[in-house]
Design a protein around this ligand. Structure first.
Ligand code: GMT
Length: 375
């Protein structure tokens, strides 16, 4: 198949998922054309069958806001026509679904019918999408898509309750390449972070308010009082200075490494004992799934789609949003005993296999095939 994929190229989960999907499809022999404004972060190195088309957004003194959506739609038209693409799969509704609608309509005038599949990822519905300034366009363009998928049952339900969606939304859970994440820990790396054999807690995110990173720091503070530990915070974003200030106030700054944005998550996760995810909402929690695939149990909130990923008491635990006390106790109960920790690690790795790339990617291929059969 010849498929166009549109996504955000940055560290966000939707871009990661879209890029991994494209890479997996290319490995299976499909031709995959990425259309975005920058090389996607996980698209590192040459992969046969993958083509990357950069959206150029010319500036002009009149534009305080260069019209990305217009440039994107025009690039879609150009790439679809000149590469004979058979379908367009856009990840994250804003502004990709509306740009795709525009491209579809332009191509229709030229006698080309290009099916558009929109995958909803989370904040495109639950946070940004429901904002009055975007909502009508989001609802319209989702309804105009030929197929809609959501990364969890929770996000599917949220979408129906937020917008008047008249079409079926298929749930296709996010996936992980279990073989890639199942790494042996690098002892030298572990020693640098935890020289005295401390437990290593991890968190990775874009440090936005919705992630409640301060709760991660507070939980770590409680855990560290009972189980000697270190905390590795991966990623960057607006809440990082607040989290750094809090750790200084609590006197635990020296036990925390703020390592910023990192690409080799599999090497980092390999040294972890517990992953913390304290978000107010997660449609799915791809970061938690990647941790589990690396054999790292997760303590998280029970928000959004996280209960679809984590098995309570088996691969980790969940607490109510903001309930630092409960989540701290849960973390301690996993970390204070070697045998229990090992059980959770094995169960996490085992459960992640349910979401293995080899199980999920064929679901997207089946979806694509349904449209190509109709053509
Ligand atoms: O977490 C973010 O804010 C980034 C966002 C994205 O779209 O890049 O992540 C969303 O999509 C991920 C991939 O499907 C999900 O795993 C995340 O749970 C979801 N984030 C939220 O719902 C807050």
């Amino acid at each position: 198949m010849r498929i166009g994929i549109v996504c955000y190229p940055t560290y966000g989960g939707s871009g990661v998922l879209a890029t991994e999907l494209g890479k997996a499809l290319a490995q299976k022999g499909h031709h995959v054309h990425f259309i975005t404004y920058q090389q996607p972060v996980r698209l590192n190195g040459f992969v046969p069958n993958i083509f990357y088309h950069e959206v150029q957004v010319p500036t002009y003194p009149l534009f305080d806001y260069p019209p990305y959506e217009t440039a994107l739609a025009s690039t879609m038209v150009d790439v679809i026509k000149n590469n004979h693409l058979q379908l367009l799969h856009v990840h994250y509704a804003i502004p990709h679904a509306s740009a795709a609608y525009m491209a579809k309509k332009i191509l229709e005038q030229e006698g080309l019918d290009i099916p558009v599949i929109t995958t909803l990822h989370g904040t495109d519905i639950t946070l940004v999408g429901k904002d009055k300034t975007y909502a009508p366009v989001v609802a319209f363009s989702i309804n105009q898509s030929d197929a809609i998928t959501a990364v969890s049952k929770n996000l599917c339900d949220e979408t129906y309750s937020t917008f008047n969606i008249k079409k079926p939304i298929e749930v296709i859970h996010n996936f992980v390449d279990v073989d890639r994440f199942n790494r042996k820990p690098l002892d030298a790396f572990r020693k640098v972070i935890a020289p005295n054999g401390e437990r290593i807690l991890l968190h990775a995110s874009n440090f936005r308010k919705i992630k409640r990173v301060q709760d991660v720091v507070k939980i770590f503070n409680e855990v560290n009082k009972q189980v000697p530990s270190k905390l590795l915070l991966v990623g960057d974003g607006p809440e990082r200075p607040t989290a750094e200030d809090l750790s200084r106030c609590l006197g635990i700054y020296e036990s925390i490494s703020f390592v910023g944005k990192q690409e080799q998550m599999e090497d980092i996760l390999a040294i972890g004992d517990l992953f913390l995810l304290t978000s107010e909402y997660e449609s799915f929690g791809l970061a938690a799934l990647e941790a589990m695939a690396a054999g790292v149990p997760v303590v998280s909130t029970n928000a959004g789609g996280l209960p679809e990923v984590i098995v309570e008491g088996v691969t980790g635990y969940m607490g109510d949003v903001g309930d630092v006390k409960t989540m701290s106790e849960q973390a301690i109960s996993i970390l204070q005993n070697d045998e229990i920790l090992q059980q959770f690690k094995e169960a996490a790795a085992q459960h992640a296999k349910k979401f293995d790339i080899h199980n999920i990617v064929p679901l997207y291929e089946e979806l694509y095939e349904r449209f190509l059969e109709k053509a």
